[in-house]
Design a protein around this ligand. Structure first.
Ligand code: MN
Length: 162
């Protein structure tokens, strides 16, 4: 269901990207990936495996490097889990046309606590406040994603390095 938007934006006769279908939930630690995407505007797509899909944000400037540094992250449509392995050239004229490269990948743990209780990553995203520990090659450590609730589209988040 959550991949309908992903599939509807793409013509799979024309793009080398994977067709979207949901995968069973991970048995081990969930994965994350950061894909450098040289589309009309260069950005970094940050994706987290949650319940068999990749929850996704486009981060124009990439993840913050310094503690308490904040970066804008625009929530985008869920992507299929297979997308974490995708690198290649999306043809010009297609949705997201341009080169995609894997910039970093690894695993993460959801460490979100609300009112003293641990909540699942899916609940934390729904509530607009997610804290994760990333273990990648280039990026590691604790990050918090916070939804900016005042804007009309409700897709702008801030990602903060803890
Ligand atoms: Mn992108």
């Amino acid at each position: 269901m959550s991949l309908n938007k992903y599939n509807s934006k793409r013509d799979f006769q024309k793009t080398p990207e994977p067709h979207g279908s949901k995968t069973a939930a991970a048995a081990s630690k969930p994965i994350f990936v950061i894909q450098k995407h040289n589309a009309s505007h260069l950005h970094y797509d940050f994706r987290l495996e949650v319940d068999g899909v990749l929850k996704s944000w486009a981060v124009p400037k990439g993840l913050p490097e310094d503690v308490n540094d904040k970066r804008l992250a625009i929530e985008t449509e869920d992507h299929p889990l297979q997308y974490a392995a995708f690198e290649g050239e999306i043809p010009q004229g297609q949705y997201g046309g341009g080169k995609v490269e894997i910039w970093d990948k690894g695993t993460f743990s959801n460490v979100t606590v609300q009112h003293g209780n641990q909540v699942t990553a899916a609940e934390a995203i729904k509530d607009g406040h997610l804290t994760i520990l990333l273990e990648g090659a280039r990026v590691s450590g604790e990050f918090t994603l916070i939804l900016c609730k005042k804007q009309p589209d409700k897709n702008e988040w801030l990602i903060i390095k803890k």
